[in-house]
Design a protein around this ligand. Structure first.
Ligand SMILES: C[S@@+](CC[C@H](N)C(=O)[O-])C[C@H]1O[C@@H](n2cnc3c(N)ncnc32)[C@H](O)[C@@H]1O
Length: 369
């Protein structure tokens, strides 16, 4: 297993960063604001355009084993932290790739939010049980699907009647909030306000330590392998990232058969500090390599690994995760945060009006900012 690199990317100074970003008068400049929207829209368009793959297309993907490994990691997080009957808030839910995981955890209610209209519609199809991939019974929990920018929209207000949620999940997407401090704050404000005290926030995102280390090791502004490529702009030629500007550090990320859009570096120690401001305390943070090594030791998760198949099942001739896919997985980390405060002594009664068990397109709620 690779060793963790030292923590040498942007360091803390939220206050000074805030002053720079907001200027004396506070608020966005006109230009910064529209740039942000344009970037968020680019991300949304990219994901919207990626339609649901058939089972065959998926199995032929050059990163099929990486996708399976990612699914194993998300399943472990869900199994560790979700409880039967839980109300789930899935931020940046995409095409609903985690619905089966939540169903296995026997959750009671699900709200999925994503900025990409195409993805949220695919999520609806999957939820209704008619997607090509699914071929399974319908899900047992009622659901609600919302198309919105989770990092701009006041979801705390919009979803206040559904709150509190027991668990919030944001898988492979928290870094899209880190383009400005205002967005990062809105993301955490939404999560904190909607979680109950003692509620859990689970997620996965790029590991800034690894990305910055790889950039510094590379000769130019680009690094990667046969499955991924990361490119930083010329403004970072010195490969220095001042502590005073920890937001908006953009790079281009290409992951074969999956991602091709701008992303932002999230210095994890700042993420942790900012989360604390919103009463979210760190429970766990592990790079994917460490996560795999640790949890595959547990018999129940080793068994799940065999069933999902990212590392093969030991039969000869079976393909497994390639070295390049394993290296790409090193770019990510998993985290768990807990909302401060004592959990309520009683779970709130389930509101029978919440969500539906079959969703039509008209049921998808569209929120503009
Ligand atoms: C890599 S996909 C992950 C999808 C899903 N969480 C999963 O693990 O399968 C990233 C998702 O983040 C969504 N996303 C990006 N920016 C967003 C934003 N500002 N608000 C809501 N969703 C966003 C994208 O549309 C996309 O569905």
């Amino acid at each position: 297993m690779n060793k963790r690199p030292r923590e040498d990317e942007p360091s803390s100074s939220l206050a000074s960063a805030q002053k720079r970003q907001f200027g004396a008068g506070g608020g966005y400049g006109e230009q910064g604001y529209s740039e942000e929207r344009i970037s968020a829209q680019r991300v949304a368009d990219h994901y919207s355009a990626r339609s649901n793959q058939t089972l065959e297309e998926r199995e032929n993907s050059p990163i099929i084993h990486l996708k399976k490994l990612n699914n194993w990691i998300k399943s472990v997080l869900v199994q560790l932290y979700a409880r039967p009957g839980d109300c789930v808030l899935d931020l940046a839910c995409g095409k609903g790739g985690d619905l089966i995981k939540w169903d296995k955890a026997k959750v009671g209610y699900y709200v999925g939010v994503d900025i990409a209209e195409g993805s949220i519609k695919d999520c609806m199809t999957r939820y209704n049980g008619d997607s090509d991939q699914q071929r399974r019974k319908k899900f047992s929990f009622p659901a609600r699907l919302i198309c919105a920018d989770c990092y701009e929209t006041r979801l705390d207000e919009y979803l206040c009647e559904d709150a509190p949620f027991d668990i919030c999940s944001c898988q492979f997407a928290m870094h899209y909030s880190w383009s400005t401090e205002a967005r990062a704050r809105q993301a955490l404000a939404n999560i904190s306000a909607l979680l109950r005290p003692g509620g859990t926030f689970i997620g996965t995102m790029p590991d800034a330590n690894v990305i910055i280390k790889r950039l510094r090791e590379s000769e130019g502004m680009e690094f990667g392998n046969s499955v991924y490529c990361i490119t930083f702009g010329e403004e970072y030629t010195e490969k220095k990232f001042p502590a005073s500007r920890p937001f908006g550090i953009k790079y281009k990320f290409h992951l074969e058969d999956a991602v091709d859009c701008p992303e932002w570096v999230v210095p994890f120690h700042l993420f942790k500090l900012l989360a604390e401001e919103f009463d979210l305390e760190l429970v766990l943070m592990k790079n994917f390599h460490e996560f795999v090594h640790e949890y595959v030791q547990r018999p129940e998760f080793a068994d799940l690994m065999r069933r999902l198949g990212p590392l093969g099942d030991g039969r000869s001739g079976q393909s497994t995760l390639s070295q390049d896919e394993w290296e790409a997985s090193y770019l990510y980390l998993a985290f768990v945060l807990r909302k401060r405060g004592p959990p309520p002594s009683q779970r709130r009664a389930n509101n029978p009006n919440r969500g539906k068990t079959f969703l039509a397109e008209e049921d998808i709620e569209f929120l503009s900012i």
